[in-house]
Ligand binder design. Sequence first.
Ligand code: SF4
Length: 474
Amino acid sequence: MAVSSSNPGFFAAIETSIADTELRRKLANASGHHLESAASTRAEFPRYDEEREAARSLKTAAIGRLDELLIELRTRLEGNGCHVFFADDAAAARRYIVDLARVRKLKRAVKGKSMTTEEIELNPALEKAGVEVVETDLGEYIVQLRHEPPSHILTPAIHLSKEDVGQLFHDRFGTAYTNEPERLTAVARDNLRAAFLSADLGITGVNFAIAETGTLVLVENEGNGRFSSTLPDTLVAVMGIEKVIARLSDLSHFLEVLARAGTGQKITTYTNFITRPRSHDELDGPREIHVVILDNGRSRILADPVLREALNCLRCGACLNVCPVYRSIGGHAYGYPYQGPIGSIISPALFGKAAGHLPFASTLCGACREICPVKIDIPKLLLHLRWKENQNNLQWPRGAAKARRGAARFGRMANHPRTIRALSRIAVLIMRPFAHEGYVKWMPGPFRNWTLTRDFPVPKAPLKHRSADQPQSN
Ligand code: SF4
């Protein structure tokens, strides 16, 4: 993994995570389980690739006319009786929501899972203004109790085992220790029920916003999103500008691929449609709905013709599950709310230069591109960002000039196949004496860094040069 050394905090976090073998075991278990389920659910669905194509082309078309669709969405939402606020950045979004809480004297908020509210750091701002905030997604609830950020965009507590959660609940609530998921869920449910019934503010994210009808769509598995969006009198839904889609009929194509790619479900347990506040003759639902539509750097992504493909992301989490880097270091090491391959692409645009090193944290193996339900060419985007960083010369560390000269020398040498072949033979002769049980695990001197973190298979002798008239095997 090539990463600029200009971010020592990231290096330290990587080293800590890699040394934590227990963390890697938990990540491998959880993401492996998702990948297996996803593979079998997709295998049972012959139309999967067709639906992927449809979802990709619908999303690309929507991103291509984002301004038009956002205006249509706002018109519909306002026509339905919702309030709409366009926030240029995180501070504007936070200010709007905190002011609303102050003016309405709201004191207790329940939140459905929302990465966008993590992005804008909403919880600390509300708490500072005297609003108690309770996360109600089980994973979010667990990490909130631990005062930690989520470590996966879909599975916030993926870095924890059921034993960790059992111990946490025992310590926090004094309940008997258990590692049985059903009993742990019952403890959380008891606590959350009280929070739902006393909340005056509900906060949720938005998975899709349908411009044609002004409908917000929320997909989830626990029913907490439904409670958060219907029980309190005031609802705030926070969405990025890229969540808008054109028509209600487009939605089914996204729902066909979203859960299949992420958790391996055919469809999520709950699909909530929110179109307007409660009318005077209805018994439930919020009396007031505020939709905060956030830019916060997304326009910069949109303005880059290569990078804009990243706005197609459905936040299914599949690219994290399959990524060898994410599976080795976990989500917290990235240091930003969006982790893994897609996080490494969008974070520099959303959080600025400080996140500029993240596109280098990838092996470019391409597994993320293969699994993405909307076929985002993630390696291409990572390479594009690396190129941009290098152009700006922002992330070249000390010694970069030396590295550049080395790369230039290699480039010249690579144009001479005979030299390459001769050097390959020499390399094989040098490496062979260090081989043990089929691998080279240690080498001395200047080669030591190569073998510090990886084992090489014993190299085979390079192919002899083949003249053009020699037959080729099939
Ligand atoms: S980039 Fe693709 S695979 Fe990754 S979270 Fe987004 S939609 Fe899912």
